[in-house]
Write a protein that binds this ligand. Structure first.
Ligand SMILES: Cc1cc2nc3c(=O)[nH]c(=O)nc-3n(C[C@H](O)[C@H](O)[C@H](O)COP(=O)(O)O)c2cc1C
Length: 198
């Protein structure tokens, strides 16, 4: 039986209790930090270890310009100003990598030939979980984040994933925020409203 102690209170604050969604993100995020971020997030679990997450870290002015036309107006300025914007995407052809990722058996046959709607459900579920791991890994590394779904997925897919089976899910602005500029935090549901112990 593992005997892992709980994280200290400051770590729980950094990951959850005081971590906020930021609109204004500044500073530098090195390529090394982005690699570190992926190398943490990749360990989060997925079904059959399928790991459908694919990421594009949009950092250069040229790449930001490719992203710009897809953004909703309310997300435009803050995304252009953020040091990095991660495109959190999922690969509908995730099963092609299963012989490596799930070597116990050849699991490709579980998915090959399935209707695209079924593959989307599976890849979106697991890719969204992995997107959340990316958010939490960013917080663990001391970055602030601004997740967004307000954009045109088809335009992003055309600009970044043409000729592949990769589909965009959501975006995350990454950088360093200023807590003083945030509006008061919105409440969350209480345990009794959201959960039951049976
Ligand atoms: C998947 C996802 C999509 C979101 N889309 C947008 C968006 O398009 N634009 C925006 O300004 N905020 C967006 N948000 C931010 C949420 O409104 C914010 O995370 C939530 O209100 C919690 O805020 P807090 O972390 O400061 O408590 C999104 C958040 C998530 C997780």
């Amino acid at each position: 039986m593992s005997n892992t102690p709980p994280l200290p209170a400051y770590a729980l604050d950094q990951l959850f209790r005081t971590a906020r969604t930021h609109n204004e993100l500044k500073g530098e995020v090195s390529d090394e930090t982005l690699r570190e971020l992926y190398d943490l997030a990749k360990w989060g679990p997925t079904s059959a270890n399928m790991s459908p997450l694919r990421l594009v870290f949009v950092k250069s002015p040229e790449a930001k310009a490719r992203l710009a036309p897809a953004l909703d107006e309310g997300n435009h300025a803050k995304t252009m100003a953020a040091p990095v914007t991660a495109i959190v995407a999922y690969d509908l052809a995730f099963y092609e990598k299963l012989p490596y990722l799930f070597p116990h058996t050849d699991a490709r046959g579980w998915f090959d030939g399935k209707p695209e709607a079924d593959l989307t459900t599976i890849a979106l579920r697991n890719g969204s979980l992995q997107g959340a791991y990316v958010l939490m890994a960013a917080r663990a590394l001391g970055l602030d984040t601004g997740p967004m779904s307000g954009f045109n997925n088809a335009l992003v897919d055309e600009a970044f994933f043409a000729g592949t089976k990769i589909k965009s899910n959501f975006l995350i602005n990454l950088g360093h925020g200023d807590t003083a500029k945030l509006f008061p935090r919105s409440p969350r549901l209480s345990f009794d409203e959201a959960a039951r112990i049976l």
